[in-house]
Ligand binder design. Structure first.
Ligand code: ZN
Length: 342
């Protein structure tokens, strides 16, 4: 199998010749490629260069294209800071009330917002490279309806509002609007040539909100998105930070075909619950890639390979973004271990 077939096999519920690899490595790739995040944000050619160099250096099966977690939030008018050498982030205190945000989203021309347009141009170029070189390209569609709403309101205020019954109607209106933005972004990433899309509903996991809040505010939109994208032939991966132990059965019910899970989730149980329902991406601790030794990486990678070898269902990699200072020898150790034991 080539790299693309290997990843597609996992997505189609088949057994690949070995477990495919993908790392969430844009911060590290930019650092290794000698450019700042400011330069990375501004040039599709620079992004394509550093991402393809990293893919060739470590010989991973796929590339996850990502620029930061504030792409859609900035398009939606949020207050975003753009540090020179850190990924862009939204300010926690956002100045607008929900009615103002809704009014703004009503007039949003997503495709032509400059950062989105630049990102789509990057997907086009990277996908063309992927097709020439037989590498799978995952175009991240940034945030899902729940996490995007969270960023637009501001994390602290949003979490307070979730607990206030008087805010429910307005929050639901906001999430309907962010759902539409998110759906549009998936379609744009797909149209630009990405082999699959992905998105983060990072803050919907059990490390941030209760299962009850997940079921009320996040799950309905995630379920709708899964059905809609499936009907349009767009395969997607949903990334959730932290633990999802208490909502694993819900993840089966959303119909999303793949979840990217962090190391805090009990992978043995997740595998058992997910089997036959959704594939898993992850779930090695990204911090271990930064602070651990190659021996540590070999140990945890081997354990995950032993759990999944010969069964399908896993796209192996770190469960969240790798830090910019990740030692190269740890990524080499990861890929070599998968090639040997996956
Ligand atoms: Zn994460």
């Amino acid at each position: 199998m080539n790299k693309i077939e290997r990843i597609r096999a996992v997505m189609n519920g088949q057994v690949p010749d070995r477990i495919p690899t993908m790392t969430h490595n844009f911060l590290m790739a930019a650092r290794e490629g000698g450019i700042t995040m400011e330069q990375f944000r501004q040039s599709p050619d620079a992004i394509v260069r550093v991402m393809t160099e990293a893919c060739e250096k470590y010989d991973t099966d796929g590339i996850l294209l990502d620029v930061d977690t504030a792409l859609l939030a900035s398009a939606c008018g949020a207050d975003v800071v753009y540090p020179v050498d850190i990924a862009a982030v939204t300010q926690d205190r956002q100045p607008r009330e929900i009615p103002e945000i809704l009014e703004y989203l009503d007039r949003l021309d997503l495709e032509n917002y400059p950062r989105v347009a630049l990102y789509l141009e990057t997907i086009e170029k990277l996908s063309a490279w992927g097709k020439r070189n037989g590498v799978f390209i995952r175009g991240n569609a940034d945030q899902g309806s729940f996490s995007l709403a969270c960023l637009l309101v501001g994390m602290n205020k949003f979490l307070e509002d979730l607990l206030d019954e008087d805010c429910e109607e307005e929050l639901m209106q906001l999430m309907e609007a962010t759902y539409q933005v998110s759906l549009k972004m998936h379609r744009l990433c797909h149209k630009a040539g990405a082999d699959c899309t992905s998105y983060g509903n990072s803050s919907e996991g059990c490390s941030v909100i209760s299962p009850a809040l997940f079921r009320r505010f996040a799950k309905p939109f995630e379920t709708r998105l899964a059905a809609q994208l499936n009907s349009e032939g767009i395969f997607t991966i949903c990334h959730i930070c932290g633990s999802v132990d208490l909502i694993l059965d819900d993840l089966v019910e959303t119909g999303c075909p793949m979840y990217e899970l962090d190391y805090k989730t009990d992978i043995v149980r997740a595998k058992a619950v997910a089997k036959g329902h959704f594939a898993i991406s992850g779930n090695i601790d990204p911090a271990l890639f930064t602070t651990g030794t190659p021996e540590d990486i070999r140990r945890v990678t081997r354990a995950l390979c032993d759990l999944y070898r010969g069964e399908g269902g896993l796209l192996i990699g770190p469960g969240c973004a790798l830090g910019p200072n990740t030692p190269p020898e740890n990524v080499f150790a990861f890929v070599e271990t998968v090639k040997q034991f996956g």
